[in-house]
Design a protein around this ligand. Structure first.
Ligand SMILES: NC(=O)c1ccc[n+]([C@@H]2O[C@H](COP(=O)([O-])OP(=O)(O)OC[C@H]3O[C@@H](n4cnc5c(N)ncnc54)[C@H](OP(=O)(O)O)[C@@H]3O)[C@@H](O)[C@H]2O)c1
Length: 338
């Protein structure tokens, strides 16, 4: 029997690689559609000979999207950006790109479309990111009404840019700062709250939605089993990196100068074609997102609809934060374990 074909836009990304591996393990042929197929080659061993293929495509280019989805049984769109800069604007990537993929999937006769949005997607949100995600969802629903939409909270895993960013800060800075609106010493001064969700759980839900028609037309919010404050997060990072940094809670106003400088530098980087996500400063939009936190509303179904018991961050994060320890620390632990 011929294997079914799933086309994964953004298959080489953080979440994409887990989706590709799980689809391949479930017996799907997987075609990875990304701009730079060389960067996706590391996924070739995820399948048998010929099971994983690659096609250069950009979601903003309808011709390449149509070629990518040709013959697809399922289409999964995992393309998104964190910075609203130049040609890779929120509008282009989250709205126009999402609509291009949904329309092409419909025309190609795909049975399933999975679209990745984000928790907090809301047409009336204060943040441009969340508004564009809501607009993208609407465009997807109108082109492909039976699409399954996922809204994950912040996703953690070995390649994440959340714990890893803090790990890097712990490595180089004597302080581990977090932002809060309240007195940082008060019980409620731990900063924004996040219901972090494990990348493997997100991928498992996506792969189930691809194969089980009961998920068609539904929207899910994906979050983990525990809500973490930003103080909890930096405490985990401090403990696991064994750096013993001073944790300090700062008012959000302290982050603003970095955001303004970052915006100016990022625009210059985009002008000369450098990747804008190399810069660590959050944008003002990201600061608003950070302030809002990312906790399930409880109004939509979540991981339980897939029978998934959420993976707890403390069981996975230590494995990849180890690399931010001082070399001597790991040596000491090895000696102690002998
Ligand atoms: N990570 C999180 O915590 C989180 C939380 C909530 C929602 N989400 C959403 O989940 C999705 C996946 O996130 P992620 O963290 O896995 O992203 P990621 O690591 O940045 O990966 C993005 C992927 O998209 C591809 N891509 C970028 N621009 C493209 C374009 N124009 N056309 C085709 N492919 C393109 C990239 O490959 P090339 O550069 O080679 O094209 C890469 O494979 C996004 O929609 C994001 O908004 C993520």
């Amino acid at each position: 029997m011929t294997q079914k074909l799933a086309v994964v836009f953004g298959g080489s990304g953080f979440i994409g690689r887990y989706v590709v591996r799980q689809l391949a393990a479930a017996g799907w042929r997987v075609r990875i559609a990304v701009r730079d197929t060389r960067k996706a080659q590391f996924l070739k061993p995820a399948g048998d000979l010929g099971q994983i293929s690659f096609i250069p495509a950009s979601v903003t280019d309808p011709v390449s999207v149509a070629a990518a989805v040709h013959g697809a049984d399922a289409v999964i769109n995992l393309v998104g950006v964190l910075f609203d800069v130049g040609k890779r604007s929120f509008k282009a990537m989250h709205v126009t790109g999402a609509a291009n993929v949904a329309q092409a999937a419909m025309i190609a006769g795909a049975k399933t479309l999975i679209h990745m949005s984000a928790l907090g997607a809301d047409a009336k949100s204060e943040t441009a990111y969340a508004r564009s995600k809501a607009e993208g969802e609407a465009a997807v629903r109108s082109a492909f009404p039976n699409a399954t939409i996922f809204r994950p909270s912040v996703v953690f895993g070995p390649e994440d840019s959340f714990f890893n960013l803090y790990g890097l800060v712990a490595q180089v800075s004597p302080f581990l700062p977090f932002f809060t609106n309240a007195n940082p010493h008060a019980p409620e001064g731990g900063g924004s709250k996040f219901q972090l969700v494990y990348v493997g759980d997100v991928a498992t839900a996506i792969v189930q939605a691809v194969t089980d028609a009961r998920h068609a037309g539904k929207t899910y919010e994906l979050g983990g089993g525990r809500v973490y404050t930003m103080r909890d997060v930096v405490q985990i990072v401090n403990r696991e990196t064994m750096r013993n940094r001073k944790i300090i809670g700062l008012p959000y106003i302290f982050a603003l100068p970095g955001a303004y400088i970052g915006a100016a530098v990022r625009s210059l980087m985009a002008l000369v074609g450098l990747p804008v996500d190399l810069l660590m400063f959050p944008t003002t939009d990201q600061l608003k997102l950070l302030k809002a936190g990312s906790v399930l509303t409880g109004n939509l179904p979540g991981l339980e609809a897939f029978g998934i018991e959420p993976t707890v961050a403390e069981t996975v994060v230590p494995m990849y934060l180890k690399r931010f320890r001082a070399i001597q620390q790991n040596k000491k632990l090895r000696v102690a374990a002998r």
